[in-house]
Design a protein around this ligand. Structure first.
Ligand SMILES: [Mg+2]
Length: 258
C-alpha cells in the first residue's frame, strides 16, 4: 500500500486550471488498486465539489479519501464536502478580506485577476483564464498576480498574515498555515505507509514529503510537475516530469498504474 498526496492546482489541472480527465481516470485506477489517496490543496471545498469531484466515478467508494482544502484549514474524508471540518483558528478576519477585495477590484486588474468568493478562511484572487494556448494573456495574468501580491503585502503583514503566490492565484493566509498541517493530519491518521508519493508544482509542496520523512517513512518520492528548478531535500527522491501541469502528472501516473 502506498500513500499518494496530490496538490491540485497545476497538478491535476492544466495551465487554464481545468481538471484533467485523463489524470482523474488514473487516480480512479489507484483507488481500485487499494492505495491511500489524498488531496492537499489551497482550493476551497466549494471548488473541489463543483469542478473536481463531479468527474469522479460514483461506482468507486471514495469514503476513505483524505481531503485538505485551503492549505489545511478544512479537513475531511470522502467527497461530501459538507462533512469536512473547518478550523476556526486559521480564518482571516472579514476586515482584512474586505481590504484585499477592494485592491482586487482596481481597474488595472480587470479581466486579469478575480476574487475567489468560495474561500472560507483566506483571501484569494485567481487569474482570469484566457483561451487555451493564449500565451500572451497567460503572461499578463502572471504579471498581474505578482503586482497584486506586492500591492497587498502591507495589508497582509500589518494584519499578521502572510502572502502566498501559487500557479494561478495569490492567497493571503494565516501565518502558520502550510501544507504541513494537512500532511501531518493524514500521516497521523494512516499510521504507516510502505511508500509515499507526493505530487506538486509549487516550492511549498515539498513540505508534504518532508512531513512524511518526519514520520519515519523511508521511501518518499517527490514528483515535480512545476516549471523551473526541482526542489530537493535530504532522503527524498525528487523526480521532475517532462511536461508541466497535469500532463506531467499523467506521464508519471502512467508508470504507476502499469
Ligand atoms: Mg499547485
Amino acid at each position: 500500500m502506498a500513500l499518494y498526496m496530490f496538490d491540485v492546482d497545476g497538478v491535476l489541472t492544466d495551465e487554464n486550471a481545468r481538471p484533467d480527465e485523463d489524470v482523474v481516470r488514473k487516480i480512479e485506477k489507484l483507488a481500485i488498486d487499494g492505495h491511500v489517496l489524498s488531496f492537499v490543496t489551497g482550493r476551497s471545498r466549494g471548488w473541489l465539489s463543483d469542478y473536481l469531484f463531479p468527474l469522479f466515478d460514483d461506482e468507486i467508494d471514495w469514503s476513505s479519501l483524505y481531503c485538505v482544502s485551503e492549505h489545511g484549514v478544512i479537513k475531511g474524508r470522502g467527497t461530501d464536502t459538507s462533512s469536512w471540518d473547518l478550523d476556526e483558528g486559521y480564518v482571516i478576519s472579514d476586515e482584512v478580506k474586505d481590504k484585499l477585495y477592494k485592491v482586487s477590484q482596481k481597474e488595472k486588474y480587470e479581466d486579469l485577476i478575480q476574487w475567489d468568493q468560495t474561500k472560507e478562511a483566506m483571501g484569494t484572487v485567481e487569474a482570469v483564464h484566457g483561451d487555451p494556448g493564449d500565451k500572451e494573456h497567460l503572461k499578463k495574468t502572471r504579471k498581474a498576480l505578482q503586482e497584486y501580491a506586492d500591492d497587498v503585502e502591507s495589508i497582509a503583514s500589518e494584519s499578521g498574515n502572510k502572502t502566498a503566490v501559487s500557479t494561478y492565484g495569490v492567497d493571503v493566509i494565516h501565518p502558520d498555515l502550510t501544507k504541513k498541517i494537512g500532511a501531518t493530519w493524514i500521516l497521523d491518521e494512516i499510521h504507516s505507509a510502505e511508500e509515499v508519493f507526493v505530487f506538486g508544482d509549487s516550492e511549498g509542496d515539498i513540505v508534504m514529503a518532508v512531513t512524511a520523512r518526519e514520520h519515519h517513512i523511508d521511501n518518499i518520492t517527490f514528483y515535480w510537475v512545476g516549471e523551473g528548478e526541482t526542489p530537493q531535500e535530504d532522503q527524498i527522491n525528487s523526480v521532475a516530469s517532462e511536461a508541466s501541469y497535469s500532463a506531467g502528472t499523467n506521464e508519471i501516473l502512467e508508470k504507476h498504474i502499469g
